[in-house]
Design a protein around this ligand. Structure first.
Ligand code: RUQ
Ligand code: CUA
Length: 652
């Protein structure tokens, strides 16, 4: 109780000290003041960048908080006709996988890079759930600059969670699978032939390049979510598991049999020791790694052949299991790194585990069993305590850095605030409806920024004007600066958000790239000025070297192209000014437009299917003479002898 009172006093002090906040007595008056708390006046900036997953749209959206305004959609795993992502020749390799080019994925979670357990604003990472991959987005350009495929995985859901200095991003497989040479097996041999895998992807601290450092074998459970330890628990990683029944049919029933599943604790520093000592074995597992080169404005895709596999059944002390009621979804570690929270979807309580107690139980060998020789720790020995009667269907927990935790309750559609030390429920608010993830700026880090919380709800029902059978997904913004959570704003979201992270705008606002420097443009087909504009034939390939600058394309009249030629428009945007992209589109192209940033070169491939005159034009209203930014391309029959000619508009 003492601690609780002390914390409450702390919260009041914060309110009194915060500029513009009214004292506690004015709480009810404040609740009528929600509009002014989210109002960002014209010309003013939002306080936080919120990087939000798009779920089944395979993109992320960048949202300002507290306004809820959408600032940008960044394509990651899905093609994006709006800017040519996945359609330009340069970006296509980013979507390469061992299955070939894949134009879509399901993106669930965001991880922002951290240093010393605090957001550093260098990169955002995101997972592809369906064809397992992890992407890295550069937060100075808001562009996806790297995608690495995860072999031996299916349903890459417990990903891309991150260690406190961005040493590793993890990827745990939701669906266990047979791996290696023996993959054509009856599904009924699940228990013998299937396994789970946990991949640790290392991040090069200078350039951020990702690499699969090692893959841990795991029992054929479903790995759902994860969190790294931090501060005192740095060096450990925690993964929630369900279907520890190891069922392979009708999981709805068969995977809900046991009262407890597990949080799998992984000592990755121990794994590193084994690797240093030469342990583990290379396993043939081809996967694809795609990197965007900012100087050539081109992605390069390479195939890698094997991964380093560690078997924790042989390599002792890497893996321990913490029993956790019941079918846990989220597992989260608090800002101090001491507490590990399991959110059992079917549990009536929220268990809070103590890292200190976990270490003690390991030391005392306080085990209640083992899985293939890997110890199962004694539940009571590791438990800090249980939050009683929290609500129904706990999914995810975030933290405010003031000793409080906030857990989303999917079934009872509410958020429950509780004290991590005392486990006392302090407040609850309804959400509309069926809340999934919560997001507090900095919430998963060692230093939450607090102030706001966003609930990403799974069901919208009657919150917005109806739009046919599918309704906009819904986020709700809460003020969490006081003792009571206060609903401030509803706003629709793009795609289906799962997780999101937010950080103060000041962290990256002034680091934004405004344009690409022409002198650094090393694209092999870049033009350095309008005089280089030309068209060249090479067999049945026609290369159009084109410039765009307000308000013309050079060349603008092109002849001598034949039906069935492969025409490549290499368009260099010569602008050296912020916010002046030019677009490029040509009639009949069955791809998309290009949206070329200032100083960038991008290529559109087009195979004309008929004889005629094809106009092309700039799609982005770039100047008063934007509508004049156009050209014609003449296509003659196959076999025609018309020579290549072009006009650059200079001589005439
Ligand atoms: S999930 S609603 Cu794909 Cu993170 Cu929990
Ligand atoms: Cu360039 Cu419109």
């Amino acid at each position: 109780m003492k601690t609780g009172q002390w914390l409450m006093a702390g919260a009041i002090a914060t309110i009194l000290l915060a500029p513009g906040c009214k004292p506690k007595g004015a709480q009810s008056a404040l609740s009528g003041d929600a509009a002014s708390k989210v109002y960002v006046a014209p010309g003013q900036y939002d306080e936080f960048y919120n990087i939000v997953s798009g779920g089944f749209n395979g993109q992320i959206s960048v949202v300002g908080l507290p306004s809820g305004r959408v600032l940008k959609i960044v394509p990651v795993f899905s093609v994006h006709p709006e800017n040519g992502w996945g359609f330009s020749e340069e970006s296509k390799p980013m979507l390469n996988t061992s299955h070939g080019f894949i134009p879509w994925d399901d993106l669930h979670h965001i991880a922002i890079s951290t240093t010393n357990a605090e957001h550093d604003g260098r990169w955002a990472f995101a997972n592809a759930n369906n064809t397992p991959r992890i992407a890295k987005i550069d937060l100075t350009t808001f562009k996806t600059t790297e995608i690495i495929e995860i072999p031996n995985s299916g349903g890459n859901h417990s990903s891309p969670f991150i260690t406190e200095n961005t040493e590793y991003i993890v990827a745990g497989t939701r669906f266990s699978l047979p791996t290696g040479d023996n993959v054509d097996v009856p599904i009924a041999t699940y228990k013998e032939n299937f396994k789970g895998t946990i991949s640790f992807i290392s991040v090069d601290q200078e350039h951020g390049n990702m690499d699969i450092a090692f893959q841990l074998d795991a029992p054929p459970f479903n790995f759902d979510l994860a969190r790294a330890g931090k501060k005192k628990s740095h060096g450990w990683f925690f993964f929630s598991t369900y279907n520890t029944e190891m069922a392979h049919t009708l999981l709805e029933v068969n995977a809900s049999q046991k009262d407890k599943d597990f949080i799998m604790a992984v000592n990755w520093k121990k794994a590193e020791e084994y690797i240093k000592a030469g342990k583990g074995k290379k396993i043939k597992s081809p996967y694809v790694h795609n990197v965007w080169d900012e100087d050539t404005h081109t992605a390069i895709s390479t195939v890698r052949e094997d991964i380093l596999s560690l078997d924790p059944r042989e390599l002792k002390d890497i893996v321990y299991f913490i029993p956790c009621p019941k079918s846990p979804h989220g597992t989260d570690t608090d800002p101090t790194g001491e507490y590990i929270i399991g959110s059992g979807k079917l549990a009536a309580i929220i268990p809070v585990f103590s890292f200190t107690k976990m270490l003690k139980a390991i030391e005392d060998k306080n085990f209640e069993g083992n899985i293939d020789g890997m110890p199962v720790l004694n539940y009571e020995a590791v438990l800090h305590g249980e939050v009683l009667k929290p609500g129904l269907g706990p999914l995810h927990t975030e933290f405010d850095g003031k000793g409080n935790a906030y857990t989303s309750m999917f079934v009872s559609s509410e958020i429950v605030k509780w004290n991590i030390e005392t486990l006392e429920v302090l407040d609850r608010v309804p959400t509309f409806y069926s809340v999934g993830h919560l997001m507090i700026p900095g919430g998963p880090t060692g230093k939450p920024h607090g102030k706001y919380m966003v609930a990403y709800n799974k069901i919208t029902k009657d919150r917005y004007l109806p739009t046919g059978p599918e309704l906009a997904h819904s986020a709700q913004l809460f003020d969490i600066s006081g003792d009571k959570m206060q609903l401030l704003l509803d706003f629709p979201t793009i795609g289906e958000p799962h997780y999101a992270e937010a950080f103060p705008a000041a962290l990256i606002k002034d680091k934004q790239v405004k344009f690409y420097k022409m002198e650094k443009n090393n694209h092999p087909r870049a033009l350095k000025g309008i005089n280089d504009a030309r068209v060249e034939r090479d067999g049945n390939k026609v290369h159009v070297y084109m410039t765009s600058i307000r308000s013309n394309f050079r060349p603008d009249n092109i002849e001598g192209v034949r039906v069935g030629d492969e025409v490549y428009f290499h368009v260099t945007n010569l602008e050296q000014d912020w916010d002046v992209p030019h677009g490029f589109a040509i009639k009949g192209a069955n791809t998309a437009e290009l949206l070329i940033m200032p100083g960038e070169t991008a290529t559109l491939k087009w195979v004309p299917d008929r004889v005629g005159i094809f106009p092309f034009y700039c799609t982005d209203f770039c100047s008063a003479l934007h509508q004049e930014m156009q050209g014609y391309l003449r296509v003659s029959p196959k076999g025609s002898n018309n020579p290549i000619t072009f006009s650059t508009g200079v001589a005439e």
